[in-house]
Design a protein around this ligand. Structure first.
Ligand code: FAD
Ligand code: SF4
Length: 527
């Protein structure tokens, strides 16, 4: 069990304090930098080949992480703070952050280490195990204060509940922050304006351009490094295709751009999808928040200020707030509270290998093709694309949770295990058996047609239920319900689809399962 903030002091003399900053701890206010003394302290930052080399990360994600780290180190140095920085292309580079830590300790006769506890459960375990092996060092592992709900507070909330759902956590957080609360009640009389946030995007509706953030010399250098080192990796990468914020200044520009250009319509079209428009009215802020370039609090406060100044309607601001104050905090809490057991569950017994087209986009299913292509282009897909297109297909097809999770962790610029895993394992795949979601997010093609224009350019016919031209999501949906009746039938939220299924003839049910089996037989695996 990991403590929130632990300190182990042993004997030893020395003057230097070494402060460890990890790749996603790029905040000047990170707890590891509290009380930093530029005269005697040293910062250690490591571009870990372990992180970069082993998971097949999208090349834009690698550039984002490395360039943001290099810029952060430069900003600390500009303050006069001494930074020991290990680059990925350094031939002497250690393969792991802890190896770099050992070497730095030996080189500088360090007597004290300060770190902020990693969000990744595995990294935190390794750091705590390393801490136990040190006998001549004072090691302080501080809590990460950048979240709006502390781990202790979340655990207390969990302990008080038999079904710890996000919605009740979110109400609690609204009460505690006072955000969109008026005299103890939710602003406008409702906690949740989701019902207003499911509009289909009219074909004529203009969408703002993505903010152009041009790579500077540091980013160009990293782009060249990653292209040379990983020439055939997943993900487009060129100076023209890279537009992620790599500094706090750029991230603040992106925040302002979102508030001014897109927040207003964020709520209305939150769930909409349109071919050729990857970003719509989404904020694209998750990579900056997850790396620490923006604080979740300031992002929420910027949206609340826009509401108070009449620049954005309540459904948009509440919808946006719920994603950060609600979902983001909730999934982090569940992850830290439930690991490692959480990742090991496989409630639906899903074992099919990930199809190769998740990497190539080479499929006849237009919705999947569109989302995978834009993922490759941008290292981005918005929530509904992740949940209801690639996630829904993985759920209906019984794809192995660990293979699907590896894919999500690799392909998105914002992917870090603490946030990716609960979303994929719990929300998209229902592999946790219903901790995150009260029922599986399974949908037939009708949902995809309602929320997107993808079906217009598809080889398959959405209105056909069976046969060569039938939309595969249609029969895969019913096949999923048939296959998982033992696990799902007792779920009251599944009663309606099971009643519909029960009205189907045995012959029709057999035709569904036969067609699903034939479809699965044709799926090319990536293994
Ligand atoms: P917006 O739509 O503008 O939302 C605003 C912010 O809310 C986001 O920037 C993000 O910080 C937060 N947010 C929204 N939804 C969630 C959520 N479900 N969980 C946590 N935070 C949320 N998000 C990640 O940050 N990293 C991941 O690795 C990740 N993996 C996902 C995997 C799956 C299968 C699914 C269904 C969702 C995943 N999400 C992940 C959540 C969500 O899809 C992204 O946060 C969002 O698409 C990021 O784009 P945006 O910044 O434009 O978000
Ligand atoms: Fe996707 Fe089916 Fe629509 Fe094709 S018809 S785009 S497979 S939902």
């Amino acid at each position: 069990m990991i403590s929130e903030s632990s300190q182990r002091t042993t004997t030893g003399k020395g003057v230097r304090t070494l402060r460890l900053i990890l790749a996603d701890q790029l905040s000047r206010s990170i707890s590891a930098l509290d009380g930093v003394d530029a005269r005697v302290d040293r910062i250690l930052m490591v571009e870990s080949p372990d992180d970069a080399g082993h998971a097949p990360h999208h090349r834009q994600k690698l550039v984002l992480m490395l360039s943001a780290m290099r810029h952060f180190a430069a900003a600390l140095r500009a303050e006069g703070i001494s930074v020991e920085y290990v680059k990925l292309d350094d031939p002497q580079a250690p393969t792991h952050v802890l190896e770099a830590l050992d070497q730095a300790v030996a080189r500088h006769h360090v007597t004290r280490i300060i770190a902020t506890e990693p969000q990744s459960w595995h990294q935190a375990e390794q750091l705590h195990a390393w801490q136990l092996r040190q006998h001549d060092l004072s090691i302080e592992i501080r809590e990460d204060h950048r979240f709006l709900c502390s781990r202790k507070r979340f655990s207390r909330w969990m302990d008080e509940r038999s079904t710890p759902r996000m919605e009740s956590f979110y109400h609690q957080m609204r009460r505690e922050t006072g955000w969109l609360i008026e005299e103890g009640h939710p602003e406008g009389g409702r906690w949740n304006y989701d019902a207003q946030n499911r509009k289909r995007l009219p074909s004529h509706q203009p969408v703002p351009e993505r903010l152009a953030l041009h790579p500077d010399d540091t980013t160009l250098e990293v782009i060249a490094l990653i292209r040379q080192r990983f020439p055939s990796r997943f993900g487009e990468l060129s100076p023209d295709s890279f537009a992620w914020a790599v500094t706090r200044e750029q991230a603040l520009l992106a925040l302002r751009d979102f508030i001014e250009q897109r927040l207003q319509a964020f709520g209305d079209y939150q769930d909409a999808m349109r071919a050729g428009d990857a970003f719509l009215f989404h904020s694209l802020l998750s990579p900056s928040i997850n790396l620490g370039l923006l604080m979740p609090r300031e992002v929420c406060e910027a949206a609340l200020a826009a509401y108070r100044e009449d620049q954005a309607p309540l459904n948009a601001v509440e919808g946006f707030l719920r994603q950060i104050l609600g979902w983001r905090e909730y999934v982090r809490g569940i992850y830290r509270h439930s690991m490692p057991a959480f990742a090991e569950t496989n409630f639906l017994g899903a074992t099919r290998h990930l199809p190769a087209f998740y990497w190539t986009g080479d499929t006849d299913l237009a919705c999947l093709r569109e989302v995978i292509h834009t993922t490759r282009q941008n290292a981005y897909a918005h929530h509904i694309q992740r949940l209801m297109i690639t996630g829904n297909f993985a759920l209906l097809s019984g794809l192995s949770p660990s293979e699907v999770e590896e894919w999500y962790l690799a392909v998105y610029a914002d992917a870090h295990e603490w946030v990716e895993l609960p979303n994929t394992h719990g929300m998209a795949l229902f592999a946790d058996g219903g901790i995150l979601a009260s029922k599986p997010y399974a949908a037939s093609g009708a949902y995809i047609r309602r929320m997107s224009d993808y079906c217009r350019n598809c080889l398959y016919d959405l209105n056909t239920k069976l046969g060569d031209h039938a939309c595969p999501f249609n029969y895969l949906y019913w096949n999923f319900l048939i296959a998982h009746r033992p696990q799902l039938q007792a779920n009251p939220r599944m009663a309606l689809p099971y009643r519909t299924l029960d009205r189907m003839s045995d012959q029709y049910v057999r035709a569904i399962t036969n067609q699903a089996d034939a479809f699965f037989d044709r799926l090319p695996s990536d293994r």
